[in-house]
Design a protein around this ligand. Structure first.
Ligand SMILES: Cc1cc2nc3c(=O)[nH]c(=O)nc-3n(C[C@H](O)[C@H](O)[C@H](O)COP(=O)(O)OP(=O)(O)OC[C@H]3O[C@@H](n4cnc5c(N)ncnc54)[C@H](O)[C@@H]3O)c2cc1C
Length: 313
């Protein structure tokens, strides 16, 4: 029987493993379907993690995490979890290879993936002008002109955020109406640094060996085509959280979730199911930053320790 199972080896899962094992829990197993490190491994540079002064690649940044987090006895199982269910007091962990493990407590840290737009040129200029995170990459466009693609809350909030750093922000959306909170829309409309380009689509992301330098856009109503000179494009067309493993055979979620599939947790990262915790990008209202995911993981682990202690009473 596993004492504590951690699903997902990104910043949340690794820091949960560090805190759980260093906190004295024996038999803590981290299930990770690939190489530990998480989404940040796809980033060419990270410069906003406190204490890391150099700008490093995601891979170099996560390397010491693995060494440190496994130092206190965290076990690593390279395996994909297909489902988690509650079985009486404990949990069943079903693995993609057909096997099953049992655990007394579980921390789910399976993160997510920002959706890609699929626009021509996106793959070519990914990380060379195309970004999915204004908090992470906005600073690289200080006093430059950028575009934001999307019409939801995230796109509008991030466009607003970027105006604090960039000279100008073009907001491109295929409809004239935005799917965001009225107050956010008002902020956008009143922000002199934002130029709204609707109803427009981006047909192609163009650039050269230095990176993205222009967008080919087209007006959905008139079909009029134009080019926009920008240094960066921020894509906010949605985010998929990896919470499928919590969906049960009857199609109901194991614990409470939001309408967007994010796991509802309290400030202790406890879900609505006793002994089940969630941390990092999969949780409700996550700000999707490494430092926050790591903090969540630590909080979840400390509360899991307390929960495991309570089982002994
Ligand atoms: C391109 C890019 C650049 C970014 N830049 C920055 C930045 O500069 N600064 C910053 O703070 N943040 C940045 N972020 C955001 C940051 O990477 C995330 O907020 C953070 O990684 C979330 O950590 P997590 O542990 O919650 O989830 P993740 O990092 O998503 O890790 C989840 C892990 O779970 C594993 N997993 C998923 N499902 C299963 C399963 N069923 N079984 C087993 N394993 C599973 C995955 O393989 C993955 O390793 C960036 C993100 C991207 C995509």
């Amino acid at each position: 029987m596993i004492e504590l199972a951690i699903i997902g080896g990104g910043p949340a899962g690794l820091s949960a493993g560090l805190y759980a094992t260093r906190g004295g829990i024996k038999n803590v197993v981290l299930f990770e379907r690939g190489m530990p490190g998480g989404q940040i491994m796809n980033s060419s540079e990270i410069e906003n993690y406190p204490g890391v002064k150099e700008i490093v690649s995601g891979i170099d940044f996560m390397q010491p995490w693995q060494e440190q987090c496994f130092r206190f006895g965290l076990q690593h199982e390279i395996n994909e979890v297909s489902q988690i269910s509650k079985n009486g007091k404990y949990f069943d962990i079903f693995l993609s290879d057909g096997s099953k493990k049992e655990a007394k407590a579980v921390i789910v840290c399976t993160g997510g993936v920002p959706k890609r737009s699929g626009i021509k040129g996106e793959d070519e200029f990914w990380g060379k002008g195309v970004s999915v995170c204004a908090t992470c990459d906005g600073f690289f466009y200080k006093n430059k002109e950028v575009a934001v693609l999307g019409g939801g809350d995230t796109a509008l909030e991030e466009a607003n955020y970027l105006t604090r750093i960039c000279k100008k922000v073009y907001l491109i959306h295929r409809r004239n109406e935005f799917r965001a909170a009225p107050a956010t829309i008002e902020h956008i409309r009143n922000n002199p640094k934002i130029e709204i380009l609707t109803p427009n689509i981006i047909e192609e992301i163009c650039g050269d060996s230095n990176g993205l330098n222009r967008l080919k856009i087209s007006n959905v109503n008139t079909n009029e085509k134009s080019e926009l000179a920008v240094d960066g494009l921020f894509v906010f067309v949605g985010y998929n959280v990896n919470t499928q493993i919590l969906i049960q055979k009857d199609n109901k979620p194991l614990c409470d979730m939001t309408e967007f599939g994010q796991v509802k947790v309290d400030l202790n990262m406890k879900t609505s199911v006793s002994g089940l915790f969630a941390a990092g990008d999969i949780r409700e209202s996550a700000l999707k930053q490494v430092v926050i995911a790591a903090g969540d993981g630590a909080v979840a682990a400390l509360n899991a320790i307390e929960y495991l202690e309570s089982l002994k009473d």
